[in-house]
Ligand binder design. Structure first.
Ligand code: NG6
Ligand code: CA
Length: 510
């Protein structure tokens, strides 16, 4: 089924890219690439995608200078599998152990795998990763020693530099990891982490709710308390290395900006994964109270500010023209994801999924249809909106083709080169995209149809998230052109169900 390399489009195809003999240094013709990856940002959460109650001027600007996609898909409705697929070009459901990772999980992508970072590194790029990782670190599956360099980390996956959070802000350890070691390490406060037991004498949200002074949990999140917020998992120590939640965006942005400045004379690839708008939402004071949506809106505003800082750094260094920026999100939105931050009460008519059904975790479109904006001023001269069907699974092979990387046999196995579509040169639909819900149900989406395979699980997450899951024990078929995911037409169109099931069987290699 793999139709990779249909559209070969090497760097030299672009006007100006090969014409540098005698001009600036040859390598300056290679575009810098920045992948801005938001967390849980929904299809309807940006002003340029119709959001009300929130201003996102910097992202709007990207959209008005680039291609804004309206039918773009993440590969999964939760973080870890989505990021795994993005960075390896392999569907996460092929690999066991790619579900939402604990904060002390071993590194899920193994050093021998060829990653998006390897693609750039092998093509002479400086490579950096910033922000949320959530793909495990180290060799073992538990009991990492956080007081020493981790045995394996992003340096083994092609990243020259990394400044990351091991998992999420709601999971311990609450420290940044810089190049495989705790940043700003405090030897007077050794770090211990466990996902099975607490450490004697350490307070938890469950036993010491009186110590929660920033956010209280609404569901789970009642283990170790850091900065007055209880988290998933137990940790002890950290001292001055512990992050301050209100400074997370500032900190990862500052490190990314300095990476841009340091590498302004050579091509670089930056994987920039924000903590926003994942829980716990605890944005800096300067973003608070400026929109009617409370902390979730403030976190979106903080995300937008972050984008603005990167744009400003590119302009300051003279790199904006030849930098390809791709902005997207790892999965759909959730309003109450386990902290009592009033997000639901304050929506004020805002629809995080836009008009799509479901959200994060769902098999429905809200789980995986995400904003995608591509800007590259040097090449994209005509900003537009594209309704081409695209998937993040293809970005590894597309970017490899862009920079002329030679891919080792078997690498990025599910990824196809669709760079022309990403750059708005055509609007070719992918024949189908595959999406994974959090219960592992797979869907096949074509331009006109969507098939959701039978699976078990609750139809509605009636607790905090209050999300329609799209799980049903019988096949579902929706006509996406006509009615979206409103009416299940599986019994009316058995031949269509069969056809889409067949695609799934072939992709699964059953
Ligand atoms: C869930 C967490 C949720 C979030 C999610 C992962 C609870 C009750 N819910 O288990 O808060 O952390 O995992 O989100 O603990 S993701 O975007 O990283 O996939
Ligand atoms: Ca996420």
């Amino acid at each position: 089924m793999n139709t990779a390399f249909h559209y070969i489009l090497p760097l030299a195809c672009f006007s100006g890219l090969a014409a540098h003999a005698g001009g600036p240094k040859q390598n300056t013709s290679k575009p810098n690439v920045i992948l801005i990856y938001a967390d849980d940002l929904g299809y309807g959460d940006l002003e340029c995608y119709g959001a009300k109650n929130i201003e996102t001027p910097h992202v709007n600007r990207l959209a008005s200078e680039g291609i804004r996609f309206t039918n773009a898909h993440a590969t999964a409705a939760t973080c870890t599998p989505s990021r795994y697929s993005l960075l390896t070009g392999e569907y996460a459901w092929r690999k066991p152990g790619t579900d939402i990772a604990a904060g002390n999980a071993g590194m899920i992508i193994r050093p021998e795998q060829y990653t998006m970072a390897d693609i750039f590194k092998s093509s002479g790029y400086a490579t950096g990763a910033f922000g949320k990782w959530h793909l495990g670190l180290g060799d073992k599956t538990a009991q990492q020693d956080w007081n020493a360099p981790l045995p394996t980390a992003l340096g083994d996956l092609g990243f020259d530099y990394s400044y990351i959070m091991a998992a999420t802000a709601d999971r311990v350890p609450c420290v940044f990891i810089e190049n495989g070691q705790v940043a700003n390490y405090d030897p007077s406060a050794p770090i211990e982490v466990s996902y099975t037991h607490n450490f004697p004498g350490e307070p938890t949200g469950k036993d010491n709710p009186e110590l929660l002074y920033n956010l209280k949990p609404s569901n789970g999140h009642n283990m170790s308390i850091v900065n007055g917020i209880s988290r998933i998992g137990f940790m002890k120590g950290g001292g001055k290395a512990l992050w301050k939640d209100e400074n997370i965006a500032d900190s990862i942005t500052a490190h990314a900006v300095s990476f841009i400045e340091q590498h302004k004379d050579e091509p670089f690839f930056m994987y920039f994964a924000t903590n926003d708008v994942h829980v716990p939402r605890f944005p800096h004071d300067r973003f608070r109270g400026k929109n009617p949506m409370g902390l979730r809106g403030d976190a979106i505003a903080q995300f937008d500010w972050t984008v603005g800082q990167l744009l400003e750094a590119l302009e300051r260094t003279g790199l904006a023209e030849n930098t390809l920026i791709i902005l997207s999100s790892d999965n759909g939105p959730v309003v109450d994801d386990g902290y009592d931050d009033q997000a639901e009460k304050l929506l004020n008519g805002h629809k995080p999924s836009g008009n799509l059904r479901g959200g994060k975790y769902s098999a429905f479109e809200g789980g995986t249809r995400v904003p995608v904006i591509v800007r590259w001023p040097k090449i994209i001269r005509q900003p537009e909106v594209s309704d081409a069907l695209i998937s993040q699974i293809d970005w590894a092979a597309s970017l490899a083709s862009l920079v002329g990387a030679r891919l080792p046999k078997g690498s990025v196995p599910d990824s196809q080169n669709r760079m022309n579509t990403l750059l708005g040169k055509d609007k070719t639909d992918r024949p189908w995209v595959i999406e994974q819900a959090s219960n592992h149900a797979l869907s096949v989406r074509t331009k006109n149809w969507k098939y959701i395979e039978p699976s078990s699980g609750v139809p509605f997450m009636y607790w905090g998230p209050k999300i329609e899951t799209g799980y049903l024990e019988t096949p579902q078929l929706y006509n996406m052109e006509q009615a979206g995911e409103k009416e299940n037409l599986a019994t009316q169109h058995p031949e269509k169900v069969f056809e889409l099931e067949q695609i799934l069987r072939e992709v699964r290699k059953e």
